[in-house]
Each structure stands twice: as structure tokens, then as C-alpha cells.
Design a protein around this ligand. Structure first.
Ligand code: ADP
Ligand code: MG
Ligand code: MG
Ligand code: MG
Ligand code: MG
Ligand code: MG
Length: 654
């Protein structure tokens, strides 16, 4: 999550009077940044991943697993440990929404060498190892998107009754919310702005004995608070572009890949103790933070509130957690074919200040949303020295990709940070091998796009259609996805046409430039006019003359992607679904019981730690066990020895 200000966050009713000011000045802060940094150029590739972890408490005697609400405490300990190690290439630990959650990143972004792609996995393993050191004997921290028993009975430790001022949930206690005041306020204010509790529905999986399908009961899994969504763990990757233009280009290209990569990483088959008829988290989170009023949702009336954005009545076609509504690169304009609501006032401010049409649209779309957390006494700021209001809106527009302008350096020696693009749709995987493979793949794909001058662009209506398709059970094998047929630049494409003339010239009608492809075709290629993303990655590695050492591991990563796309390897969602179906306690009623959940989280934890092989997910790749002390490297310094110890040590080598 973004910045965490100190100070008292205001109740929705008290923040209302500041909403317009914050939105307007957020836009002015953006304009100031743009003016100052639009001409930055020749920045180097840097990139970094974010992985979210869930702390679980297990009780072997009763075969029960619950959330362990020690996130903030564990984070403090890890941060302290990190400081003491004084490691150059360590980890950084961040707050997350859930008080059982934790986010880990590398302490410094990775640099632009092939070896860095391999060190991603080492850093992820270091994080898992350090986390392991801190956990109590009865705790585990698997990388699972959802906790299977979330919202079922008494599922937290320490035990607490459901509900509380922030969420008013029927199922989840407010103690699940990170105690930093920002998070409770965020929860409460979303509910207050909306005018009711959030209403999350996920289709229930129909098995032979699923009782909901026997009667007229609503066959959906129902949830009522933000923790169900923001408690989902994911894998994100941020890239630094060489300049602003490149960051905008990559934003658009990656937006197309967002649904595809979400389907390929699917890992969310179990929700609130039930098997779902969907495989990914996205819609759960989207509904869990949907602060739109009934009028904005198009579902009813709302009395105009002049202090709210759009008076609370502007139709908003999407939740603030959703896929993007507009591309931002100047060359992508023709593909903006879905509703993209803008704030008229912010739109004209941006336009008058000389911001180009595409960016004006993007920013004035983000700024159709109200700030959700306003800090008392932190409203009037210097728009040239702070971007807090911009970040307040930006960081609560949770879209499939995020365009990140450079921050204002906090000190004179803060590292330089350029224009960045963040890829946000992937589901966290059980092992660091997979998490690293998907991170490396996305990095290589962006390099291939830039170097080969590819374009994956498709109309956003098709990208959104893909988002829907990506939710389906085993979408990788059962679904097709809209994809662009000709992704190579014209001259190269003509060459391909000659080899494969049946495909006709590129001038064909707009709709026939896109077709429904299988995941296998998208990743591995299709006849001779569509090369496939994985072969393009290999071509890129060949082009740069990738060193053999790095290539060995990268080859395994690309093979994972290839095999998952063909269906030879399972997604984690399919693997977990099979695990539930095969469990002796499963009654074919779509219920994931306490004991099934207990065994499932253990299996997932063990796979992540390299203690349980899993060829269905990994093929013949073996995960080296994660070491408890996390000692993968040793700092080159040591305590000075007293004379006795020194003599003892040196005697050994004499
Ligand atoms: P957020 O939560 O807002 O997305 P984080 O601070 O958690 O952002 O970090 C996102 C990732 O960006 C981390 O992996 C971090 O290492 C990486 N990162 C930091 N600086 C840069 C940079 N200059 N270029 C690219 N990535 C960076
Ligand atoms: Mg996070
Ligand atoms: Mg983060
Ligand atoms: Mg974040
Ligand atoms: Mg992030
Ligand atoms: Mg949008």
C-alpha cells in the first residue's frame, strides 16, 4: 500500500469538505511533477517484485488453521533483523491491509543485467527464509492468494467476534484490519461513501451434492467486507522506463497482457470455505472496495452531494479496483473504445496546462474518485514540494496496471527514481521458482516489445472481455482469449506473410486483426503468422547474447510458462481444486472443511519450502529446501576476536 501518513485520519463526514480541494490539488501536484520531469531521459532499466504473505497459526491436535494476526509485529522484527544484517542486497518489509499479512520486496530494485533475472529468485528465497526464522513453532506463511477459511466461524487468532465499527461485517472481526489507522478508516469510508456495506458475490462451484443447487437458494458465495478482497495476496512487478514515453508505451502493452497473465497464474479456487466457480481473485477485490453510490453504479438513486466527486451521481462503469479504462500512449488512441468517465473540471485544468489528450484523459479519469483517507491538518500543502494528494487518489485507483510518475526525493541522497509502470494482475504462486519465472517472463517480454518494436494493442473492449474470460475455472485450458494477429512491425510482418500467404494482407477490416486464441497459441505461437510470446523471449535472449549461466535458469522459467500454457502443467488453482476433490473428507458438496483446509495450507506451505515435491505444478524442477536461518550469503565482516579465540582459530590452520 502507498504512503502511511501519521496523524488522525478523518471520518467520511469530516473529510467531505476537503474532497474537492484534495482532488484539485492532486491534479496540480501531478502537473508540477510532469513539468519538472517530463524530459527525463536515458534512465536505466530497474525493476522489482512485490510478494504478499499470509501468517497462519496451525493446531495439529485439533487439525485447525487460523489467521495469525501478528503481521505488524512480525514486520517490525523483520525490519530490525534486516537493519542488523546491514546487507547490501537484502529484503524490505511493508505493511499490508490485513493484520495477518506482510509484503516483501527486494531492498533495492534489480538492475538491467541477465544475472539480475536469476537473483530475483534468490532474493525471494531469502525473504521466505528470513520469514521462516521469525515464525513461531506453530506458524506457517505460505504464499496463498486466499486463506481458505476466511470468514468461516472462528478463524482468527487471537479469537474475536465478527464486526466492528470499520467493517460492520457479519463474518470478519475488525482485528483483521492492520491497526495503522489508515486501514480502518479506508474500510469505514468506503462503506460510508457507498452508503451500505460492500456486497461481494462469487459464483459457487456446482458439485453433485452442493446443496444450494438443490433449491432456489442463491448459488453464490457472499461476503461483506474489504478484508475478503484486500486480504488476497498477489505478485506485482514494477519497471523503470528509460523515459516517460516508454513508460506510457509499456503501460498500454502490459494492460493487454494483464488478463492473460492472470489466467495463467490462477490460484484462487477456494473462497470462504467453499469451492468457487472461478479461479482468480480479481472480482472479489473489485467488489470489496467498491465505494460507488447506487447512482454511480447505475442501480438506484442518490441525492446529489455537491462535496463529492460528480456529486456522487456521475455514472461510473467500474469499481476503483478494476481493469484500466483508457490507454495512455499517444499511439494507442484508436483502441480506447470503452466508457472512460472523466471529471470535467480536472479535465479542463489539465488540458489548459498543456497536458496532452491521452494523459489528460487518464488523470481526469483517476480523479473521478474521491480521496478515502484524509489526514487532519494535512490538507493545505505546497504543490511543488508534495505529491501526497496525487498519491492519495492514485494509490486508491487499483487497476491492472499503474503508471507511476517519479516521486519527490525525500532526502538529498535518495536514489534517483524515474517513470515507472507496474504490472498488477498476477496471482501469487506457491513457490519462488514460479514467482521468479513470471517476474522474469514479464521483464523479458517488455524488453522484447521494445527491442523488436512489437505491439500487442487491442481494443480495450476486447481486453475487458478477456478479464471476464480469465475468471473462468481453468481458463488456461478451457477458454480462448482475444489477441492481436499481427504483433510484428510491418516490414517483418510482410516477410512472414510471404512465407504464409493464406493469412491475407494486414489491411483487412479492423475486427479481423484480432482473433480468439488459446493460451497455448498466445504463448507458444500459431501457424506462421503469430510467433508466440515465449519464442519471442527466446529470440530476445539470443539477440542480446545471454550468458550461459543465466540462460540455464531462464530457460527453465520459459519452459514453465510454455508448459503451463499448453496445459501440461497445472495452474495452482487446478492443483488446489484437485487436492480438495481428492481429500478423504470432501463430500462433493463444494465445502472445504476445517480439516481439508488444514491439509491444504500445509501442503502449500511445504511445496513453497521445498519440502514436498510437486511435479504437477513444476515438472521436473526441484525446489531446494528453504533454510530456516536464511543464510544464503554471509557478510564479509566479523567480530574482532580475543587473543585466546584468535589463537584457537589460527592453530587449526597451522
Ligand atoms: P507499491 O506498493 O507502491 O507498488 P513498493 O514500494 O512496494 O511500491 O515497490 C514496488 C517495487 O518497485 C519494489 O520491488 C521495488 O524494489 C521496486 N522499485 C524501487 N525503485 C525502483 C525503480 N527506480 N525502478 C523500478 N522499480 C523500482
Ligand atoms: Mg501489496
Ligand atoms: Mg508495495
Ligand atoms: Mg502497494
Ligand atoms: Mg505494488
Ligand atoms: Mg478505470
Amino acid at each position: 500500500m502507498g504512503l502511511l501518513k501519521v496523524g488522525k485520519p478523518l471520518h467520511w463526514n469530516d473529510s467531505l469538505e476537503h474532497c474537492h480541494y484534495i482532488r484539485r490539488h492532486g491534479v496540480l501536484q501531478f502537473i508540477a511533477t510532469y513539468r519538472r520531469l517530463q524530459h527525463l531521459e536515458n534512465d536505466r532499466l530497474f525493476y522489482g517484485d512485490e510478494i504478499e504473505y499470509a501468517l497462519l497459526k496451525v493446531d495439529p491436535a485439533s487439525k485447525r488453521v487460523r489467521l495469525s494476526l501478528r503481521g505488524p509485529e512480525v514486520m517490525e522484527t523483520l525490519r530490525k533483523q534486516e537493519q542488523d544484517m546491514n546487507a547490501f542486497r537484502g529484503c524490505a518489509w511493508h505493511q499490508e491491509y490485513g493484520s495477518w499479512m506482510l509484503e516483501g520486496t527486494p531492498s533495492l530494485p534489480y538492475g538491467g543485467y541477465t544475472m539480475s533475472l536469476v537473483s530475483v529468485e534468490q532474493n525471494m528465497r531469502l525473504r521466505r527464509g528470513r520469514l521462516l526464522t521469525i515464525l513461531a513453532e506453530d506458524e506457517i506463511a505460505p504464499t496463498l492468494v486466499t486463506f481458505p477459511m476466511m470468514g468461516v466461524g472462528d478463524f482468527v487468532h487471537p479469537a474475536a467476534p465478527p464486526g466492528g465499527e470499520a467493517s460492520q461485517s457479519e463474518f470478519v472481526p475488525d482485528t483483521c484490519i492492520n491497526p495503522h489507522p489508515r486501514f480502518g478508516t479506508l474500510t469505514g469510508n468506503i462503506r460510508r461513501r457507498r452508503g451500505s456495506k460492500v456486497d461481494i458475490r462469487v459464483p459457487l462451484f456446482k458439485d453433485v451434492n452442493t446443496k444450494e443447487f438443490e433449491s432456489d437458494t442463491d448459488p453464490s458465495i457472499q461476503m461483506d467486507c474489504m478484508a475478503f478482497g484486500m486480504g488476497c495476496c498477489c505478485l506485482q512487478v514494477t519497471f523503470q522506463a528509460s523515459d516517460m514515453e516508454e513508460s506510457r508505451l509499456l503501460y498500454d502493452q502490459l494492460a493487454v497482457l494483464a488478463p492473460i497473465m492472470m489466467a495463467l497464474t490462477a490460484a484462487t479456487p477456494v473462497v470462504k470455505g467453499r469451492l468457487a466457480a472461478s479461479d482468480v481473485r480479481w472480482n472479489i477485490i473489485s467488489q470489496s472496495v467498491d465505494d460507488r453510490t447506487p447512482a454511480e453504479r447505475g442501480e438506484g438513486d442518490f441525492k446529489a452531494e455537491p462535496l463529492m466527486a460528480g456529486e456522487g451521481r456521475r455514472r461510473q462503469s467500474k469499481s476503483r479496483y478494476d481493469s484500466i479504462s483508457c490507454y495512455i500512449h499517444p499511439g494507442s488512441k484508436a483502441y480506447n473504445d470503452i466508457p472512460c468517465e472523466v471529471d470535467e473540471e480536472m479535465d479542463s485544468v489539465l488540458y489548459q496546462e498543456g497536458i496532452d489528450e491521452m494523459l489528460t484523459r487518464h488523470i481526469s479519469h483517476l480523479f473521478t474518485r474521491d480521496p478515502l483517507v484524509v489526514f487532519e491538518g494535512h490538507v493545505e500543502l505546497d504543490d511543488d514540494k508534495s505529491t501526497d494528494h496525487f498519491e492519495s487518489i492514485q494509490s486508491t485507483n487499483w487497476q491492472t496496471v499503474r503508471w507511476k510518475p517519479p516521486p519527490i526525493p525525500s532526502t538529498a541522497c535518495s536514489p534517483h527514481i524515474g517513470w515507472r509502470t507496474e504490472f498488477r494482475s498476477m496471482e501469487v504462486q506457491l513457490t519462488d521458482f514460479e514467482n521468479a519465472a513470471f517476474t522474469a517472463f514479464i521483464v523479458i517480454v517488455t524488453r522484447a516489445i521494445l527491442v523488436f518494436n512489437l505491439t500487442l494493442l487491442a481494443p480495450l473492449s476486447l481486453v475487458d472481455d478477456n478479464m471476464k474470460r480469465a475468471h473462468g475455472v481453468d481458463a488456461v485450458r478451457r477458454s480462448k482469449f482475444w489477441f492481436r494477429k499481427h504483433i510484428l512491425p510491418d516490414d517483418t510482418d510482410e516477410m512472414m506473410q510471404n512465407i504464409c500467404p493464406s493469412q491475407g494482407p494486414k489491411g483487412e477490416s479492423k475486427s479481423s486483426q484480432f482473433e480468439e486464441m488459446t493460451m497455448d497459441e498466445i504463448m507458444n505461437g500459431k501457424s506462421c503468422y503469430f510467433p508466440g510470446l515465449v519464442p519471442l523471449c527466446y529470440a530476445y535472449l539470443e539477440h542480446i547474447g545471454c550468458d550461459e549461466n543465466s540462460f540455464k535458469r531462464l530457460d527453465q522459467y520459459l519452459k514453465l510458462i510454455k508448459d503451463r500454457a499448453t496445459g501440461e502443467l497445472m495452474t495452482p488453482a487446478t492443483w488446489m481444486r484437485n487436492f480438495v476433490h481428492a481429500h478423504k473428507d470432501y463430500k462433493m458438496d463444494s465445502v472445504v472443511s476445517e480439516t481439508i483446509a488444514y491439509d491444504l495450507v500445509h501442503a502449500c506451505s511445504d511445496i513453497g519450502l521445498g519440502r514436498r515435491p510437486c511435479p504437477e505444478l513444476l515438472g521436473d524442477v526441484i525446489i531446494e529446501p528453504i533454510l530456516k536461518d536464511g543464510h544464503y550469503e554471509t557478510p564479509l565482516f566479523g567480530e574482532k576476536l580475543g587473543s585466546e579465540d584468535r589463537r584457537g582459530l589460527l592453530q587449526k590452520i597451522m
